[in-house]
Design a protein around this ligand. Structure first.
Ligand SMILES: Nc1ncnc2c1ncn2[C@@H]1O[C@H](COP(=O)(O)OP(=O)(O)OP(=O)(O)O)[C@@H](O)[C@H]1O
Length: 693
């Protein structure tokens, strides 16, 4: 392009033309355009910007050899057609959506949202979408890991041992990709679906935070498909949900109260998931079989779908409570988890010592429980729950000052008995000193930050008040059943008590077998229990035969048909968790064990390979023989299963070494116990037991 000729020749003419409003440019060989005609009329020559535009416009015309008006006209036409098309499309699409498409909305405050997102993240079509959101996918403690992905181990100082190294573990975890905000489409079971992911910011006036309203993001998924029925979308959501729970089938979900800021939204915001751990098989809890069967059949009966009707017909509130009591480390929590696993229930753990928990919160938490679940109140004795009969008397026991006050009052009481007229005014006759004392107490409490906490009546109200939730299984655990108020454990609140004791020789034997049996061998093949428990119904099988409950003349349940054959127990399972059978529901055939690790020494730290594959094998009969020898050296009822487990864990690959060491360990432990009994307390026992490990 010859700029000098344009500038030297064409430009002055153009400038002159545009300046003087000339309406002809025939000297450039171009016809007069629309602009040339319109510009004087519109007064373009007075506007410097428009003048510049005119110059550029003419320059373009000269360069292209056509009137730029045509280009502009075509551009305007394209724009108009596009506008009309867009409008038409929107209208037609809107009409089609309205009349020929069904849609379902899912909010991110609902669990289905997470089920759907997890499912979408696993769809190849979605993964290859051009518009994605990347998320950091972190693995839970119990999720399977690929051992081949382990970082090459570092060689230790002596050059022989190797240790695992997880320094770049996070870097290796691939991100998770989900559909970005906007419109997406995918096919599912031969059907076309549209997914719209939307986000909007809500101004939450009720947000407490520091009393300031806050913005809150709310996300919505809108799923649509062609057809007037939302059936396919429902199927899709059901499928996503099933896939989600398939991953969690053999897991027990543990929930705790959500933070206070979340709890106030109520219902599903009241609880948050804190763990998702593998189901604890019932066989791993070493406890008297009779006790296990008693509680299992009691719970099974309670959870049966026919039970609510039975309770309703008799006007009995549908609640069941259990109290597990016994020394620390005897399996109270373990049994609670195993029970939840057998019945496929989630566990809701509440600590009454939580400083943020008020009685209103407790009530709200109980009312937002799902239909069937296990509520676990651990170490209920530590919550200091007491019946408040007379606040004055109750508080009077807290300090020597108060004792004096109590004595004064008793003194006053006796005086008043002599002059009944005066006694009527007792409560109102506050002296200045009384008032000062009360104020001091109230001030002292708030200054020291002492928590008012949950009172016994608050707890009772939550667990069986008029507004309390029905259908849940309440399990309370305690080390000191005698310290509990009898109101808390009266029948109706606690229906079954299970006493846990230190390990018997039989239990020691079972613990030994469980510790050294290979992972892939089921308990029954080497069971040393007289009546092994395999109490489960495979997930896919139909539910157990409906039972009937009849009562004797005292109203006690006498016959629970369908549950009488406890030997081959059929227990209800909501999720199928805890199943300890092969996929076809049969018990696996016993496989030979070979635990020939007697040469293993604990001094050598296992390598990555040995950690994973060093399950040496031993014949079941040999293992049973070792277990019997071990049990014979454990005194009955002296050690908790947790203590025995701790000892065995230190020798987890060496059953014979455990046998060799057990006498010395028992002697050391007994000495520590005697010392503790002689006055130094339970702490000495614990420290002593650690020393003799
Ligand atoms: N009866 C048992 N059978 C199998 N393992 C047990 C048993 N008792 C305790 N253990 C083991 O000991 C550990 C502690 O058990 P658990 O927490 O169930 O005891 P607990 O009675 O609830 O104790 P605490 O009263 O201190 O809460 C767990 O690792 C568990 O596996």
């Amino acid at each position: 392009m010859d700029f000098s000729s344009i500038i030297g020749g064409g430009l002055p003419t153009l400038v002159a033309n545009s300046t003087h409003g000339a309406n002809m440019s025939t000297e450039n060989g171009l016809p007069d355009g629309l602009f040339d005609t319109l510009s004087p009329l519109l007064g373009f020559q007075y506007n410097p910007l428009m003048k510049l535009f005119m110059i550029l416009y003419k320059l373009a015309g000269i360069r292209l050899g056509i009137d730029p008006t045509y280009i502009l006209t075509v551009a305007c036409l394209i724009w108009a057609v596009n506008k009309v098309w867009a409008q038409l499309y929107t209208t037609c699409y809107g009409l089609a959506r309205q009349h020929f498409m069904a849609s379902v909305e899912v909010s991110n405050s609902d669990d289905i949202y997470f089920h759907m997102m997890k499912w979408l993240a696993a769809q190849p079509k979605m993964v290859n979408s051009r518009s994605l959101t990347a998320e950091t996918a972190s693995k839970g403690a119990w999720e399977e890991e690929d051992e081949s992905e382990l970082t090459p181990a570092l060689v230790s100082a002596n050059g022989s041992d190797v240790f695992l190294n997880f320094s770049n573990q996070e870097a290796k975890a691939p991100p998770r990709f989900t559909p970005a905000l906007g419109l997406h489409s995918f096919w599912f079971r031969g059907r076309y679906f549209q997914l719209q992911r939307r986000q909007e910011a809500l101004f939450d006036l009720s947000a407490s935070g520091h009393g300031m309203p806050q913005f809150k993001d709310k996300e919505t998924l809108v799923l649509s498909c062609f057809g007037r029925s939302p059936g396919p979308i429902k199927q899709l959501l059901q499928h996503a949900k099933e896939q989600y729970y398939l991953d969690h089938q053999a897991k027990t979900i543990v929930r705790r109260p959500a933070p206070q800021t979340m709890r106030r939204y109520g219902h599903r915001h009241s609880w948050q998931q804190v763990a998702n751990r593998p189901v604890r098989p019932m066989q791993t809890v070493v406890l008297d079989d009779e006790q296990k069967v008693r509680i299992l059949s009691d719970m099974n009966e309670y959870l049966h779908p026919a039970t609510p009707r039975w309770y309703a017909n008799r006007g009995i509130p549908l609640r069941r409570g259990y109290l597990f009591h016994g020394p620390p480390g005897t399996g109270k929590t373990s049994l609670s988890f195993a029970l939840a696993g057998v019945f496929g229930l989630d566990i809701y753990v509440i600590s009454l010592l939580d400083p943020t928990l008020t009685e209103e919160d407790l009530l709200a938490l109980f009312t937002s429980l799902p239909r069937r679940c296990v509520v676990l109140l651990e170490d209920i004795d530590t919550a200091g729950l007491k019946r408040v009969e007379d606040p004055a008397l109750l508080s009077s026991s807290s300090s020597s000052d108060d004792e004096k006050e109590s004595a004064e009052r008793q003194d006053d009481d006796s005086k008043e008995k002599k002059s009944p007229k005066k006694s009527k005014h007792y409560k109102r006759d506050w002296k200045v000193s009384d008032l000062a004392r009360e104020l001091k107490r109230a001030g002292g409490n708030s200054e020291s930050g002492e928590k008012k906490g949950i009172s016994l009546s608050g707890l009772l109200n939550a667990i069986d008040g008029v507004a309390s939730h029905e259908g849940r299984v309440l399990i309370m655990t305690t080390n000191k059943p005698d310290a509990l108020d009898e109101a808390l454990i009266r029948p109706g609140r606690v229906d079954l008590q299970v006493a846990f004791t230190n390990a018997s020789q039989q239990q020691a034997r079972e613990l030994f077998v469980r510790m050294y049996e290979p992972d892939n061998i089921k308990r029954d093949s080497i069971s040393c229990s007289s009546s092994p428990l395999t109490p489960l119904t495979p997930f896919s099988e139909p539910p157990p035969t409906p039972f009937s409950i009849s009562s004797d003349k005292d109203g006690n349940m006498t016959d629970v048909s369908g549950l009488t054959e406890i030997g081959d127990d059929d227990f209800l399972s909501v999720s199928g968790g805890g199943i300890d059978t092969t996929p076809n529901g049969k018990k696996p055939a016993p496989a030979p064990l070979d635990l020939s690790d007697t040469t293993t020494t604990d001094k050598k730290i296992p390598t990555t390979t040995t950690m994973a594959t060093a399950t040496a094998t031993m014949h079941p009969s040999e293992l049973a023989h070792l277990a019997a020898q071990f049990a014979a050296r454990i005194p009955d009822g002296r050690f908790s299963p947790a203590e025995l487990q701790g000892f065995l864990l230190k020798r987890k690959k060496a059953p014979r070494r455990a046998l060799d060491d057990v006498d010395a360990w028992v002697a050391g432990m007994l000495r520590a116990q005697d010392k503790a009994a002689a006055g130094a307390g339970s702490k000495t026992r614990i420290l002593g037991s650690l020393a003799v490990q």
